[in-house]
Every structure is written in structure tokens, then in C-alpha cells.
Design a protein around this ligand. Sequence first.
Ligand SMILES: Nc1ncnc2c1ncn2[C@@H]1O[C@H](COP(=O)(O)OP(=O)(O)OP(=O)(O)O)[C@@H](O)[C@H]1O
Ligand SMILES: [Mg+2]
Length: 226
Amino acid sequence: MLNLSRVTLTYPDGENGTLTALDSVDLSVPAGQMLALVGPSGSGKSSLLAVAGALITPTAGTVHVGRTEITGASRAERARLRLEHIGVVFQQPQLMPSLTALEQLQLVGVLRGSRPRTLRDAAREALAAVGMSAAAARRPHQLSGGQRQRVNIARALMGTPSVLLVDEPTSALDHQRSGEVMDLLRDLTRSRSMATVVVTHDLEFVPVADRVVTLRDGRLAEHATV
Ligand SMILES: Nc1ncnc2c1ncn2[C@@H]1O[C@H](COP(=O)(O)OP(=O)(O)OP(=O)(O)O)[C@@H](O)[C@H]1O
Ligand SMILES: [Mg+2]
């Protein structure tokens, strides 16, 4: 479960000014729900993900991941929370050029201090979950854009997160691959009982989500139906 309560985020802007990126946002995403987050450029979508992912501490308000209140957590606690409970998928797959798909995933486990053996099994399982078992030994340049995005998603699953945050996963993909990635995200959300937030510009794929909210100038509005 992910919960944001009265979250406000301001950035310094110019000499003495501030820019309000998030304005008293209330949002609750239960386990097993995929939420689509839409809104114009600059409306605060990536900022919301950064706050939900414990990457930025908001100016005001609270964020809960499960029972843990992340805004009050120490730096070290937040780092551990990110490794163990939160999966983040950025727009551009940030994969290491020299590592195979399997190794990209294992690297995350090394950061968490897992044993190599457990790690290999977990990495194979995550690749299987995104339909990429056959490509385990390939490096990024040997993968298509859609396949790279799948590896990127698999890597985010390595900590078996309860919260999955995905920023514009389909912007570099063609129509068919985009639909496949959105379907995959929804299936993973259900099968792994994650609270998932997917930022998307692609209104066509919004119906794949269970629910849709819009951000406009940092303010959140709920839609009655998808
Ligand atoms: N680190 C920062 N410092 C100052 N201002 C920032 C920073 N990051 C974002 N902003 C500003 O905050 C507002 C929200 O930005 P954000 O990146 O969250 O928007 P977005 O909805 O993700 O946009 P896009 O669809 O273009 O990715 C924008 O006005 C942006 O310029
Ligand atoms: Mg953005």
C-alpha cells in the first residue's frame, strides 16, 4: 500500500521565489491496484514518483509505504526501503552496457547484500516474470527497445517490492510494444500484489489501469471512471 497525505513539494526558483511542484496531494494506492497518472508536461508527475519512491523528501505532508512512514525515516532507512520495498522504472532503461540481462538484475541483489546463489535464482525468476528468460545472456545492445524495457522492469522487481513506480515506460516504444508493456505491468501488479503507479502520456493505454488520476499544476484530481 502506498499513501500520500497532504504532500506538498516546493523547489527553489530564482532569487527568492519557490515553485510548487506538488500542492497538498492526497493519494492512496492499495496493493494489487495499478494507477495511471496523467497530466501535462511540468504538472508534477515525476516529482510525485520521486516523493513516493523516497528519492525526495516533500516540503510538507507524509508518505507511507506499507506501515513505514518514509518522510520521517533516516537517510539509511530510506535507502533500505528503496532497495527492499520500492521498485522504480525510469523512462529510459538505464542498463549497464557491458552486463548481460541476468547480470543487470544480479547487481541489484549485490547492493542488497544477498548471497550469489539466491541472487541468481531471484534474477532468473524476475526475467521469467517479464518473459525474458531466453535473453538472459544478452547485453543491452543485443536487445530491442521493448526487450530492454522488460529487463528494466525485471530489475525493479528484484527486491520483490510492494510499491512499483513507473515513469513513462512506453515513450520509446511503438504501439504494439507499448500495449504489451502496459499489459505486463498490470499482470505483475495483480500477481505480485503491488501498489503500482504508472505515469503515461499515452491516453490510449490508460484503460489498462484500474484507476486514473490527473495532475495539473501540482494538484491531483480523481476520475470517476477509467
Ligand atoms: N530539481 C528541480 N528543481 C527545480 N524545479 C524542478 C525540479 N524538478 C522539477 N522541477 C519543476 O517542477 C515542476 C514539475 O516537474 P516534473 O518533472 O514533476 O513534471 P512532469 O509532470 O514529470 O513533466 P514531464 O511530463 O515533462 O516529465 C516543473 O515546473 C519543473 O520545472
Ligand atoms: Mg516527468
